[in-house]
Design a protein around this ligand. Structure first.
Ligand code: ADP
Ligand code: TRP
Length: 321
């Protein structure tokens, strides 16, 4: 089984990225041959600062390695180090109906926000399809918001196979329902575009402040709260604390007598401990960038072997060879 996923280097990674995508992906390394990459080509559709892209790409590499990605087991690389993927994007684009792309939520959301779209943003799902299909991937672990893009990938692969004969493996999205949507500090989906994130490796003081700013209602501490399970801090606490602790705080809130300030303090403490060893590992890695760059170079070399094989297969099928 080949498992593939990517993450854009578009800003600091947050708890939504961690629980929705990184941790499931890291756990899956045990179950098959995993290919994980930094989607720097994709980031070009919405980030236009080269220095920022360089910095973010390195940050994603450090974050992933610190959180437990094992480069002995997993092929870890930068998307742009496998330029074959852009060639496959063209081949796939020619069998992709415009309507399929016009229906994509993430594209429509960006239009609705008033972003003036470039061709890259429109073609984003085709590049993503190439990312997935070029490694004959079977399983794609992502958060729920990326599910449609994996479905588009399937549609494109099926179309190509129908047109040119069996060429691509049809992949399956894999979504962890229990963390499909991690809420942000305002209760919407945690997302860097909403400014409601809690970073994985945030600075201590700033993160404490951020957690203390999680939106609560105005009920007094004494009041029992029958809806304790829907409290944002409880939901986040359940992710970073032992199950027992999460349940205990939920019960105390439900019964009345637990103040929101104390609840958020507990959340901060558990959050800080949860990432303590990863934080230490990250400091070590950051002092050893030669190693990190070597991991990415080795990953790209391995990924390219597979990518070339699949692109050749597709070119042959389409009559380019
Ligand atoms: P953002 O919304 O902050 O821009 P991305 O779209 O770059 O995050 O998401 C990267 C990965 O993390 C994707 O697989 C996505 O599904 C997952 N993800 C992002 N935010 C969340 C969230 N709040 N809950 C669960 N998964 C998430
Ligand atoms: N679009 C994904 C995101 O924003 C990142 C991504 C690019 C990806 N290519 C991929 C994810 C291929 C899974 C598979 O999160």
């Amino acid at each position: 089984m080949r498992i593939l996923s990517g993450i854009q280097p578009s800003g600091s990674l947050h708890l939504g990225n961690y629980f929705g995508m990184m941790r499931p992906a890291i756990e899956l390394q045990e179950q098959g041959e995993a290919y994980y990459f930094i989607a720097d080509y994709h980031s070009m559709t919405s980030l236009f600062d080269p220095e920022q892209r360089r910095k973010n790409s390195l940050d994603v590499a450090l974050d992933f390695l610190a959180c437990g990605l094992d480069p002995q087991r997993t092929v870890f690389f930068r998307q742009s180090d496998v330029p074959e993927v852009t060639e496959l994007t063209w081949l796939l684009g020619t069998v992709t109906p415009m309507g399929l792309l016009e229906r994509c939520h993430s594209y429509k959301d960006k239009l609705a926000k008033g972003i003036s779209p470039n061709f890259g943003l429109f073609a984003y799902p085709v590049l993503m399809a190439a990312d997935i299909l070029i490694y004959d991937s079977n399983v794609v672990p992502v958060g729920r918001d990326q599910k449609q893009h994996v479905e588009v990938t399937r549609d494109i692969a099926i179309k190509f196979n129908e047109q040119y004969g069996q060429t691509f493996v049809i992949p399956e999205p894999q979504i962890r329902e229990e963390v499909a949507v991690v809420p942000g500090t305002d209760g919407q989906k945690m997302s860097k575009s909403y400014g409601n994130t809690i970073d994985i490796f945030g600075e201590q003081k700033a993160t404490r402040k951020r957690i203390m700013s999680i939106v609560m209602d105005s009920r007094t501490p004494q009041e029992p709260k029958p809806d304790a399970d829907r409290n944002l801090a409880v939901q986040l606490l359940k992710l970073v604390a032992p199950a027992e602790t999460g349940r205990e705080y939920e019960e105390r809130l439900r019964a009345g007598g637990l103040g929101y300030g104390d609840l958020k303090k507990a959340l901060f403490e558990h959050y800080w401990n949860f990432f303590a060893s990863a934080r230490a590992k990250r400091v070590e890695l950051a002092a050893n960038l030669g190693y990190v760059n070597q991991v990415l170079a080795d990953g790209a070399a391995k990924a390219r072997v597979k990518a070339r094989e699949v692109v050749e297969r597709a070119k042959l099928a389409a009559g380019l060879r």
